[in-house]
Write a protein that binds this ligand. Sequence first.
Ligand code: ASP
Length: 352
Amino acid sequence: MNNFSRRKFLSSVALTGAAAALLPEVASTQSLLGVVRPTVVISSGNGLAAVDKAMRMIEQGSDALDAVIAGVNLVEDDPNDMTVGYGGLPNEDGIVELDASVMHGPTHRAGAVASLRNIKNPSLVAKMVMERTDHVLLVGEGALQFAKMHGFKEEDLLTEESRNMWVKWKEHLSTEDDYLPPHSIDDKNIGSKFHEVMHTNGTINCLGKDRNGNISGVTTTSGLAYKIPGRVGDSPIIGAGLYVDNEVGGAGSTGRGEANLTCCSSVLIVEFMRQGKSPEEACFMACKRIVEYTKMKRLLTDDGKPKFNVTFYAINKRGEHGCVSLFSGGSYCLHDGKQNKKFDPAYLYKRS
Ligand code: ASP
């Protein structure tokens, strides 16, 4: 961020000391990588392999959408990532339900699936929706039938590990119900608290700019762990979990989907970039919007901060990028055509 835009940005949003303190660090990261590059791929912190794969394809001349989808397919296939695809944490009934969206900058088309069961690569089904229907979003049983029609194979997406996590969650949900975790003759209060410390969020968003200067993106997730069956987050909703305007840039998100759904954060970030904000400034402004519009006391700490986190990723037409979270911590992956590395997102609040 140059001095001018940095000054303008700092006066345009009320940043905390922590956020302001972090900006020079981010600026130096960007200058280290070079601000303007012909190609770029960014993803959430779980996407190092995805970003690498996508950039290799882009460097070989691939369209950005094919590249980022091939990248996230690695994560969807990975049983060890319990937030995406195969091995993703299931809904409250123990069934994995996946959400995904894709958006192709040059044709301004999009495709998405929500609550898709038994198909481990929802991003590929989302692309098929984009290419082989007149629609943008298919859900549930309809999405599954559509996937099968196109030859996608059904399989059980629950791994031993994700099944065990679900059983643990169920057994610790309440001390009043009939499910009990392993316990001894002396144990009292069996089954409390465990779920409060469990990891329940995660997703991959990946955005790329290819050698033709075209921008595309994908977001894919198993959504909120142990969700109410049929719950759909922001990831498959164009404008919330993903948005691309080929003339401006692309944005995506991970974190509490409900916050992004009510703020339409991804389209907001792209619109801020259209008005001249850098990707990082635009992501900061979307974070601030979420804070402003989180009004329900149950979602706020005593000092008025959200109890949840959200992270935004953005790239623009010039190949600049930004990644900002509400709270410090976490990481994002960036390949600038030369190197592939993890970085710390900028943030509004230092996590206490
Ligand atoms: N945004 C996803 C959802 O709400 C979850 C996440 O990224 O943590 O479904």
